[in-house]
Design a protein around this ligand. Structure first.
Ligand code: ADP
Ligand code: MG
Length: 234
């Protein structure tokens, strides 16, 4: 295998600025993640960690500028059209946010969130099969099947984060980006969730980019740590 085939993410001499920012938010950034690797991106608040995730998934506000090399599994997200971008998000790269509610629809049942994700990316899949897979995913993240017809507000914060992890991993992406996934949870629950998240990544051979301001958490769950400081790897 060539080096690029073993890399799920490659960022080289990369620059990014928002439409209204004077200076580059990310500058001369170099970062790569090998297939199946667990990398932590650590740094103080405001240093640009979430901006890295947004650039990778092209979730930047329109008018933002990117320069330099950015490739995910060999494709350049900046060059993709809307259809291919949708496939990148979910199929190639899963995303978990700090606040699970931002991803969940309060009017949609737990099971339907997963069924929706599964069917949106493979419309030919039949419903019975999707239901079966959704149930399997729930069990995998430690949510009891009898919650299938519950609504997000009926779950605890930790359970909601488990659901968003199940959604992010539903399509077995090559890379999971978890942006402060446990910051809003208490320590004991955070630990359980990190254990499950890393186990699921391992089972699926999914690489993990853990974004956190917590160096101890990074050291505990990742094999490599990159420190981001003022938009550059320190
Ligand atoms: P972190 O995740 O490390 O806390 P962010 O990537 O969210 O940092 O932010 C990096 C910098 O970019 C901050 O100075 C922030 O104010 C700025 N920023 C974030 N989002 C936007 C935006 N949509 N428009 C303009 N500036 C932004
Ligand atoms: Mg952030």
């Amino acid at each position: 295998m060539s080096l690029s085939e073993r890399e799920v993410l490659k960022i080289k001499n990369f620059y990014m600025k928002y439409p209204n920012s004077k200076d580059w938010i990310l500058h001369a950034l170099n970062l790569s993640i090998a297939c199946g690797e667990r990398l932590a991106l650590v740094g103080p608040s405001g240093c640009g960690k979430s901006s890295v995730a947004k650039a990778i998934l092209q979730l930047l506000p329109s008018g933002s500028r990117c320069e330099g090399e950015l490739s995910v599994g060999g494709v350049q997200p900046q060059a993709l059209n809307q259809v291919d971008l949708r496939r990148l998000r979910g199929e190639k790269v899963g995303l978990v946010f700090q606040d699970p509610m931002s991803r969940l629809n309060p009017l949609m049942k737990i099971g339907d969130h997963l069924i929706d994700t599964l069917l949106a990316h493979s419309p030919k899949k039949n419903l019975a099969h999707a239901i079966e897979e959704a149930e399997r995913l729930l069990v995998k993240v430690g949510i009891n099947i009898d919650r299938f017809r519950s609504y997000p507000h009926q779950l605890s914060g930790g359970m909601r984060q488990r659901l968003s992890i199940a959604m992010a991993l539903a399509l077995k992406p090559k890379l999971l980006i978890a942006d402060e996934p446990t910051t809003s949870l208490d320590v004991a629950i955070a630990d359980q969730i990190m254990a499950e998240l890393t186990k699921l990544c391992e089972d699926n051979s999914t690489a993990l980019m853990l974004i956190t301001h917590d160096l101890a958490l990074a050291g505990r769950w990742c094999s490599r740590i990159a420190i981001l400081y003022q938009g550059n790897i320190a």
